[in-house]
Structure formats: structure tokens, C-alpha cells
Design a protein around this ligand. Structure first.
Ligand code: COA
Length: 344
């Protein structure tokens, strides 16, 4: 909460990688390093142009990050210094990749990153081809801060498992992106927007819609969390941001609808005695929509925010590595023998 209100994404990156917030000089150093790494090579841009135009942006990002590893001659050098360089490189290049792919698939030319802009401002600039106003940039920045790190969630675990074999950091981030893509994890923000649109287009009363959905055993996207059994604190900050940005743009439709769904869910879950509350994805969907970000880019935005968190975990994993190999309880039959093929 404190970081979301009082710091920037770049400061949070530094904090995650170094364990403390930067002073002005350290922040200037990191900002310059990110700026120097934002561009992508002609080879990679050529690959992005060759991807199917209807590819899921998460599939495009996963493939491009995997390719970045092939172009890095030191990909397999897992020293701390090299991996810190790669953490900065990935954090800098992933927004450029997502924005470039989005423009290419729409038949538009990618926009090169602009010097002097923050990660948040650059992302909106590269996406739309024009600089966003201060409120939008701050909203984007806070959304990045809120998503930057979240403990041992599924994608972070996947990244750690990959690094635990002493495979390289690009492979680990590729695993993480593939894991984040699923609708039970990062993909939920897309499903929230699908739900809001479905309710809006059906013209059904939101309360009726939610009751029917619950009755049919459907999950309401953007609710529930493996760890939080109370409102996800990130959702509270995003709700405030959504309010600010939507009041400014006179577009309160999605927020009003979200609030109604939240009200019905609160009543219903209380009746059922279940601790299901809004999570981070519930309000990020309407915030991103108001920022003009296409619905199918939401999970890729989550990925560009989470990469400092993933890489911070990876620095820790490589520094004190142990192979991650969970035990499982085998419950199948025992003592079987190979029957000759002809007798099976
Ligand atoms: N809508 C309605 N009911 C829900 C629900 C939701 N979003 N999430 C969980 N429940 C219910 C389950 O049906 C289950 O009910 P039951 O005990 O009567 O069977 C109970 O709450 C516990 O669910 P469970 O699946 O054990 O929780 P989990 O910890 O395994 O699941 C999530 C966590 C996040 C996967 C789950 O809440 C979910 O699918 N949410 C929607 C997707 C989402 O928003 N993901 C983003 C997470 S940040």
C-alpha cells in the first residue's frame, strides 16, 4: 500500500533486486540502464513481424522472450552480475515487445521507445503512438507497482523450478510467462473483462446474472484467492485508481457494473459462509480498459509488471540453489509385471 502510493515502478524494481529503495543516484543509474536496454534488435522485430497476427499476445511474448535468450551470448552464464544485467534487460524489453506486437498485428508500424520516459509512460507511448497524460501515466505506474511481486505464486514457482535445474534465466522467465497465461492465474483479468462485457451485452440485471452463474456452478472471475481470505489489498488501491481515471474520462460504466457485482458477491458469499473477495484482477480489467489497453493484452501487461518480481526470486534461487523436485504419493497398483505384447 505504501509503495503503491509513494514510489514508482523503477524504485520498486530496485527494491526487489537490491533489498532497499534506491537513493537518487542509484535510481538515476537504474533508469539509465533500463533506457539503454529498451530497444529490440532488427532480428527480433523481424520475428515479431512473422508471428501469426491472431496469436495470443502472451504466446507472442513467451516466444519472443525465449528468442531473446538465443540472441544473448551469455545466456547460460548464471553469475549474479550477468543475471542482474538480464533482469534489467528483460524488464526493459518486455514492454517494447508487447507494444510492438500489438501494433504489428493491427497492421501498424511499431513505435520506438522514447528517451526520458518512465517504463509506464513509454509503454503507453509505444502502444498508442502518443504520450499519455500525467493521470494515465501515474495510473499505469501504480498498476505496475501493484503487480510487481507476490510471493510464491504459480508463475514464480514455475520460474524457480526451471532455475532450480540451473537452466538459464530466459528459460525460467519463459516458464513463468507460460504459467501466468492460464485463466486461474494472470489470465483472470481478461476473463473479468469478458464477464463484464457479457453482462453488459446480455442486458441482464447484474444481480440476476451473478446468481444464475453461481447457481450453474460457474466461478465469478476476479474473485477468490488461494492466499487472501479477505479483500486483496491490491484491489482496494486499484478500485481508487479506477474511480479517479474513470471520473476524469466520464466512463464509469465498467466501474458501476463492477461495484454491483462486488455487492452481490459479498451478500451471496456471506450467506454461503465462503471467504471469497475481489482479487487484483477484478479492478485491473476496468482500469486497463479505461487506459485504452486492448482486452487481450491484459495478461501481457501483468507479465511486464511481474518480471522484476520473477527475476528477484531467480537471483535468490541461483545464489543458493537446490533442485526443486516435489515428492508425490503414488496411489496406483503395485507389483505389476510386463506382459508380452502378444498377450495384451
Ligand atoms: N467464484 C465463485 N466461487 C468460487 C470462486 C469464484 N471466483 N473461487 C472459489 N470459489 C468457491 C469454490 O467453488 C469452492 O467452493 P466449494 O468449497 O463449495 O467447492 C470454494 O470457493 C473454494 O475454492 P477453491 O477452488 O478451493 O479455491 P482455490 O484456492 O483452489 O482457488 C482461485 C483459488 C483463484 C483459483 C479461485 O478462487 C478462482 O478460480 N478464482 C477465479 C479466477 C481468478 O480470479 N483468478 C485470479 C487469482 S489472483
Amino acid at each position: 500500500d505504501d509503495l503503491a502510493r509513494n514510489s514508482t515502478f523503477e524504485e520498486v524494481c530496485y527494491l526487489l533486486w537490491n533489498g532497499e529503495l534506491p537513493n537518487a543516484e542509484q535510481l538515476a543509474g537504474l533508469t539509465a540502464q533500463l533506457e539503454a536496454e529498451r530497444g529490440v534488435s532488427d532480428e527480433l522485430m523481424g520475428m515479431l513481424r512473422g508471428y501469426p497476427k491472431d496469436a495470443d499476445p502472451m504466446a507472442a511474448l513467451r516466444t519472443a522472450v525465449s528468442a531473446l535468450g538465443m540472441f544473448d551470448g551469455a545466456a547460460d552464464d548464471n553469475s549474479d552480475a550477468e543475471n542482474r544485467r538480464k533482469a534489467i534487460l528483460l524488464t526493459a524489453k518486455m514492454p517494447t515487445i508487447v507494444a510492438a506486437f500489438d501494433r504489428i498485428r493491427q497492421g501498424r508500424e511499431p513505435v520506438a521507445p522514447k528517451a526520458g520516459l518512465s517504463t509506464a509512460a513509454n509503454f503507453l507511448y509505444m502502444l498508442n503512438g502518443e504520450e499519455a497524460d500525467e493521470v494515465r501515466v501515474r495510473t499505469m505506474d501504480v498498476a505496475l507497482v501493484l503487480h510487481a511481486e507476490h510471493g510464491m505464486n504459480a508463475s514464480t514457482f514455475a520460474a524457480r523450478v526451471t532455475a532450480g535445474t540451473l537452466s538459464d534465466i530466459y528459460s525460467a522467465i519463459t516458464s513463468a510467462i507460460g504459467t501466468l497465461k492460464g485463466p486461474s492465474h494472470g489470465g483472470a483479468n481478461v476473463e473479468v473483462m469478458n464477464m463484464l462485457r457479457e453482462i453488459d451485452e446480455s442486458g441482464t440485471d447484474p444481480k440476476e446474472w451473478v446468481l444464475q452463474a453461481l447457481e450453474s456452478g460457474r466461478r465469478i472471475m476476479g474473485f477468490g484467492h488461494r492466499v487472501y481470505k479477505a479483500t486483496d489489498p491490491r484491489a482496494t488501491v486499484l478500485r481508487e485508481l479506477a474511480d479517479q481515471i474513470m471520473q476524469g474520462s466520464q466512463q464509469t460504466r465498467w466501474l458501476d457494473l463492477s461495484d454491483r457485482i462486488r455487492g452481490v458477491m459479498a451478500e451471496e458469499m456471506e450467506k454461503k459462509g465462503k471467504k471469497i473477495y475481489p482479487n487484483v484482477d477484478f479492478f485491473s480489467a476496468s482500469v486497463y480498459t479505461t487506459l485504452g489497453i486492448g482486452m487481450d493484452l491484459f495478461t501481457a501487461v501483468f507479465a511486464i509488471a511481474r518480471v522484476p518480481g520473477w527475476t528477484a526470486h531467480l537471483l535468490e534461487q541461483y545464489a543458493n540453489n537446490r533442485l526443486i523436485r516435489p515428492e508425490v504419493d503414488y496411489v496406483g497398483p503395485r507389483g505389476l509385471k510386463v506382459k508380452p505384447l502378444a498377450q495384451r
